[in-house]
Design a protein around this ligand. Structure first.
Ligand SMILES: Cc1cc2nc3c(=O)[nH]c(=O)nc-3n(C[C@H](O)[C@H](O)[C@H](O)COP(=O)(O)OP(=O)(O)OC[C@H]3O[C@@H](n4cnc5c(N)ncnc54)[C@H](O)[C@@H]3O)c2cc1C
Length: 479
């Protein structure tokens, strides 16, 4: 059977979900196809969560344009979608006079890119702002429009809002082929065949494969691995700004950055790899991340870490974002090779691509479009009065399932019941933080599985951590 849509978006990362949400502001029938069991499975799940100021990208590039434009949209979009973000500034620090020219160069580049409020500060000002930084800090670029955001909440919020505005999400639906038939795009997957007037490719690290199915102008996306340590919330106040070192040809270098949830990220490393599915951390990678972080934070305690993880950057060998209609494939649009600063750029890419597609399809505005989404109440952040009110309305708010992050049963049930809700344990994690704390899901997983089983009406034995092959329960060992 074939289902027809006006637009099919391929990929449910932050860019695909932003595109789908912005397209839902038009009168169009839209579907989003995601290969993984849940949205937010690629780069959007494992990154540094920085709202970049826009000083780093080469002037005149799409990376620079979308970085600066996207940065300027965060207050509005996070307000509409109820997503936590904070303007805590970024500092790019030189640790000696030999690195100073790079600071000056980034400043000049930022000015050319139109970044507001850039300053160069000296050693004394760095130490006043960040007393825990390596005292060899010599000069820094102060990026006043640098911030942090929760990348999973931004992605899931875009998806929820797209869904309530009419977008249909198909997860576990990998696109395997695309071709033109009778003037429509046919999009094949193992479970169903779709047709569409327009297709938008937001497939992240696999956006070359999707693009190359329809265009003779071949793209190549190189997987660039970044390994991180995650540090306990206890150290949240060590640094105020996100602290970068001077960049290299491979990226922005190792940074020390607080997240909106109070943990601290150390990393990422940068290593080109051949296998686009290889997400294991390595002893060598983590040693590099640690050594780099210690340059910024010499007193970093050896027992501060709660976990480690890897993110794979979708580096286009053209070293540029590929955004827009493919020259030789009308009504096929790309958001390909969207590596960093792609999280920052997503709101702007979403708006621009939705405009391009809607104009090409002569679509009218969607009169019923509702831009507002409210997040799941975060029990851990509420006053005792508000907690009491919620418990009175729903006793499940009184049952704390994740003790490290104080996540209640009510929040977990809501994460499953919401549009494009959680279908596995990692889905609960990214929507509520259950399992993201100090014990890394050691205590809450059995109860989370029971709740998932009840809500989804499926046996425990079928539930996954994330992708196929990650079952927890294989059967009973006693009754
Ligand atoms: C280590 C690292 C650090 C970063 N730090 C920052 C930062 O601090 N600030 C910033 O602005 N940006 C940062 N980025 C970049 C940012 O994370 C990405 O640019 C952004 O998440 C890209 O979103 P996306 O939707 O294009 O791709 P993704 O999130 O990768 O989503 C692509 C989706 O497409 C799906 N897909 C793939 N193939 C198919 C198929 N055949 N069929 C259906 N679905 C398919 C995938 O499963 C995936 O869910 C970082 C990235 C990395 C990896």
């Amino acid at each position: 059977m074939e289902t027809s849509y006006d637009v099919i978006v391929i990929g449910g990362g932050v860019v695909g979900c932003a595109v789908a949400r912005e397209l839902s502001a038009y009168d169009l029938k839209i579907a989003l196809l995601e290969k993984a069991t849940d949205i937010c499975a690629g780069q959007s799940r494992a990154n540094t969560a920085i709202i970049h100021g826009g000083y780093d990208a080469k002037p005149g590039t799409l990376k620079a344009y979308y970085n600066v434009k996207g940065n300027g949209m965060f207050d509005e979009i996070c307000g509409e979608l109820d997503v936590p973000h904070e303007w805590n500034t970024s500092l790019v620090v030189s640790f000696g006079p030999d690195e100073d020219p790079q600071i000056d160069e980034l400043y000049e580049r930022g000015l050319k890119n139109g970044v507001p409020g850039l300053e160069i500060i000296d050693h004394d000002e760095i130490m006043r702002r960040e007393p825990n930084i390596n005292p060899e800090a010599h000069r820094a670029l102060l990026v006043n429009n640098g911030g942090i955001v929760c990348p999973y909440e931004l992605t899931t919020a875009y998806a929820e809002n797209a869904s309530i505005n009419g977008v249909t999400f198909f997860r576990s639906t990998p696109v395997t082929n695309i071709f033109k038939e009778n003037g429509s795009w046919i999009v094949e997957t193992p479970s169903a065949r779709f047709s569409a007037k327009a297709v938008v490719n937001c497939a992240g690290i696999f956006s070359d494969e999707i693009h190359n199915m329809v265009s003779a102008d071949k793209l190549e996306i190189q997987a660039r691995k970044g390994e991180y340590y995650l540090v306990d919330k206890k150290y949240a106040s060590t640094f105020h700004a996100a602290i970068f070192q001077v960049p290299s040809a491979m990226g922005k270098g190792i940074l020390v950055a607080r997240t909106v949830d109070g943990t601290v990220l150390l990393g990422p490393t940068a290593e080109d790899i051949d296998d686009k599915t290889e997400k294991r951390t390595t002893a060598e990678g983590l040693a590099k991340a640690l050594a780099g972080a210690r340059r910024t934070w010499p007193n970093l305690p050896g027992r501060a870490f709660i976990t480690e993880f890897t993110g794979l950057r979708a580096h286009c060998t053209r070293n540029e974002f590929i955004i827009g209609e493919a020259a030789d494939a009308p009504l096929f649009f790309d958001a390909a090779g969207v590596e960093s600063p792609g999280l920052t750029s997503a709101p702007a890419i979403g708006k621009d691509l939705a405009k391009m597609v809607s104009e090409a399809l002569h679509a009218a505005p969607n009169a019923k479009f509702n831009p507002i989404r409210k997040g799941i109440p975060k029990f851990r952040e509420l006053s005792n009065e508000r907690r009491a009110e919620l418990i009175a309305q729903n006793p499940d708010f009184s049952k704390v399932i994740c003790r490290c992050e104080t996540v209640t049963e009510a929040e977990i049930r809501e994460a499953i019941r919401r549009p494009v809700g959680a279908v596995n344990v990692d889905g609960i994690k990214i929507r509520t933080r259950a399992g993201m704390g100090r014990c890394q899901a050691g205590f809450c997983t059995p109860r989370t599985l029971e709740i998932l089983s009840e809500e989804l009406g499926v046996p425990l034995e079928t539930l996954l951590k994330s992708e196929p092959g990650s079952r927890y329960v294989y059967g009973k060992i006693f009754d």
